[in-house]
Design a protein around this ligand. Sequence first.
Ligand SMILES: [Zn+2]
Length: 363
Amino acid sequence: MKYSGIGGQAVLEGIMMKNQDSYAVAVRRPDQEIVCKKETAGGLLQRHPALNVPFIRGVVAFIDSLVLGIGTLNYSASFYEEEGETGEPAGEKPLDAMTVVLTVAFSIVLVVALFMLLPVLITQLLSRFITSSFLLGLLEGVIRILLFLGYVGGISMMKDIRRVYMYHGAEHKSINCIEHGHPLTVDNVAASSRFHKRCGTSFMILIMLISVIFFMFLRFDSLWMRLLSRVVLVPVIAGISYEFLRLAGRSDHPIVNLLSRPGLWMQRITTREPERDMIEVAITAVEAVFDWKAYLKENFPDSYAEYMRTCPETVPAGNESEGDGRGPADGAETSGAAGDADRADRTGAAGSSAAACGCPFEA
Ligand SMILES: [Zn+2]
């Protein structure tokens, strides 16, 4: 596996892909056509390089990803709104800054209330029956994880979310396809794994797991202190989780892989096998921000040569490419996640400070 630096996120009937400071959103419109918009990201981390320090950058990247996520989701949803609401063409009304700030703030408050504070309150009720503070701490952690799993699993019952999870799968599969050295064709993407270590889902479950350990030992007698400590420590825990994920994305160390397991397991819920037309959307988004042929040529010369040999009509890497790369699936045996260890050791890729996560968190 070879780190590519790209990351993405599923939106409504579409996918956002980000590479360094540009991102593209590809959406399948109701009339089945794919539209793709490319923009410069310019988040807080880009504008304030001073914030790019370990443990701080995780929190900043989290906010950046929320802002970008809300903007791109709004863009994709604009194609599916009831007609005649505003009279403006789809995708042409970016959110104003205030709306974004309020939405981000609301999301954060909701997440903290639901997954950080509610478990404390439920545990408080149980403290009448249980006296061991260690046990109560453990219980709080278990409740926290059950709430999170319940939430993620619960919303997956909704039809729209199920499709978002399928697009999420397409997003991971296209990144895995590239990073395992296979040409970005629909067949190759379909054959790739839908699980990826650098994923926003992994980030969330890591936060939950690290919280369990933290708060098992951090018990206060006062309920208010307990609540306050949970809120105050959220950024600290998020910072630690982010650094781990950043490491995990570039490492194949057995310990890192072991610790990545819960996140990968969680992706069994948050990703689903996509349809082929969803994969096409993913490929459109990737190609808008990432020259995968050049990447393949540089990092997987054999695979690139094979690709060029079997598809002589395609334009070589580096040239402005028109070719859609309908190659025979030379990599159809790929199944992704753990394999390809022989190609794994070339590290230090991409040079960018981006800690690109599979999704939705990337710098
Ligand atoms: Zn993901």
